[in-house]
Design a protein. Structure first.
Ligand code: UD1
Ligand code: UDP
Length: 367
């Protein structure tokens, strides 16, 4: 059989979560020789996920530096990827999402004329500064991909509007739902004394455009909500980015009903989402997962490239303004009818079969 070498690249936590089901599916195909390349744009958070899904990278670029800049990360990645692609000569390369890893992989594939498949293609806000730099990363990846695996019809339409050929776009659903469903069965114990006799608010935040004053506003709003509502507790696994760590600990570190912790493994994090009454987050993945678990999310951003859950009324954009965060959260805490409208389970991002569809497209094209 004429085997085809496919390199699957993972750099950060969400890429590993969303690529794991693709790697697992493709690896079962007799025609595919799957190699996993970790750029390790994230180190600890990537390893957490790879361990859970039992994925051992064939190559590891180990590029992460503390407080890395976009320019140094980009240049390091390009030069390291260049060497790998020259040595491995893959038939195709896959990467997921909109990180610096993905943008550099797409560009390096272009330089080497290697077909590139973009998983989670077509997400757009239309504003290159929001989210920054992710919107530009996905525009670049979208311009260079041979296969566009769009999670939703809206994403497919975004690509068509940019002049991408229809036959190269494949509506697959988002692989995050494949990952969520696969771990969700196992996640029932959260090894933490929290959320037993109080309502749990789960928080995550890491976006670059929120660094500085917007992130401080978020923290002040959380503190105010906790002080005003004796029946709530906050669990906040703090992203290791130094711009987030210092502020989170100094503003939120001293309240007994606010638990700051290290990033959780995916399994306990899914359990925490299930236990949560409400989620405050600027994460992309959480906006996709929480609706499937019937948990309302207040998104700490001005714009989102994931409008589907907002249209279903289960996710609300509140931005980073103190008043907006406090009033929306308080309404959800006080008004059971409003709460139940936002806590209805919908899954506009996938049905758990996205990786299978991606595998079938590649099989038709390559085997
Ligand atoms: C990156 C992605 C962002 C994605 C996010 C997911 C870019 C530009 N940003 O943002 O799109 O939403 O990952 O979390 O690609 N760090 C650690 N250990 C880790 C991970 C990060 O110490 O396991 C610290 C390091 O100091 C590192 C810093 O966080 O330099 C920033 O990491 P980086 O990948 O540049 O940015 P993120 O904010 O994580
Ligand atoms: N997540 C996790 N542990 C945590 C926080 C988040 O496993 O402590 C998961 C979450 O369920 C989602 C993904 O990480 O699948 C989102 O990653 P992140 O918010 O870092 O990136 P984004 O999705 O915004 O790119």
């Amino acid at each position: 059989m004429n085997m085809k070498k496919i390199i699957c690249v993972v750099g950060t936590r969400p890429e590993a979560i969303k690529m794991a089901p693709v790697i697992q599916h493709l690896s079962k195909e007799p025609w595919a020789e799957v190699k996993v390349l970790a750029t390790a744009q994230h180190r600890q958070m990537l390893d957490q996920v790879l361990k859970l899904f039992k994925i051992e990278p064939d190559r590891d670029l180990n590029v992460m530096e503390p407080n890395q800049t976009l320019t140094s990360l980009t240049s390091k990645l390009l030069s390291e990827l260049d060497t790998v692609f020259k040595e491995e000569l893959p038939d195709a390369v896959l990467a997921q999402g909109d990180t610096t890893t993905v943008m550099t992989v797409a560009l390096c594939c272009f330089y080497h004329r290697i077909p590139f498949g973009h998983v989670e293609a077509g997400l757009r806000t239309g504003d290159i500064w929001n989210p920054y730099p992710e919107e530009m990363n996905r525009v670049v990846a979208g311009r260079l991909a041979k296969w566009h695996f769009a999670p939703t019809e809206g994403a497919r339409q975004n690509l068509l509007r940019e002049g991408i050929a229809e036959e190269t776009i494949h509506l697959t659903g988002n692989t995050v739902i494949d990952a969520l469903l696969s771990v969700s069965k196992e996640s029932d114990a959260l090894d933490m004394a929290i959320g037993h006799d109080k309502r749990l608010i789960l928080v995550t935040s890491h976006r670059r455009e929120n660094f500085g004053e917007p992130f401080k506003e978020i923290c002040r709003a959380i503190l105010y909500l906790v002080e005003k509502n004796p029946d709530i507790e906050v669990l906040y696994p703090v992203h290791p980015n130094p711009n987030i760590q210092a502020v989170a600990h100094s503003l939120l570190g001293n309240n007994p009903r606010i638990r700051l912790c290290e990033p959780l493994d995916y399994l306990p994090f899914v359990t925490a989402m299930k236990k949560a009454y409400l989620i405050l987050s600027d994460s992309g993945g959480v906006q996709e997962e929480a609706p499937a678990l019937a948990k309302p999310v207040l998104v700490l951003r001005r714009e989102t490239e994931r409008p589907e859950a907002v249209e279903h009324g289960v996710v609300k954009l509140v931005g980073t303004d103190f008043e907006a965060i406090v009033s929306e959260a308080q309404r959800l805490l006080d008004d059971p009818e409003y709460y139940s409208q936002m806590a209805k389970g919908v899954s506009p991002y996938g049905d758990g079969f996205a990786s299978e569809r991606i595998t079938q497209v590649l099989k038709r094209a390559l085997s």
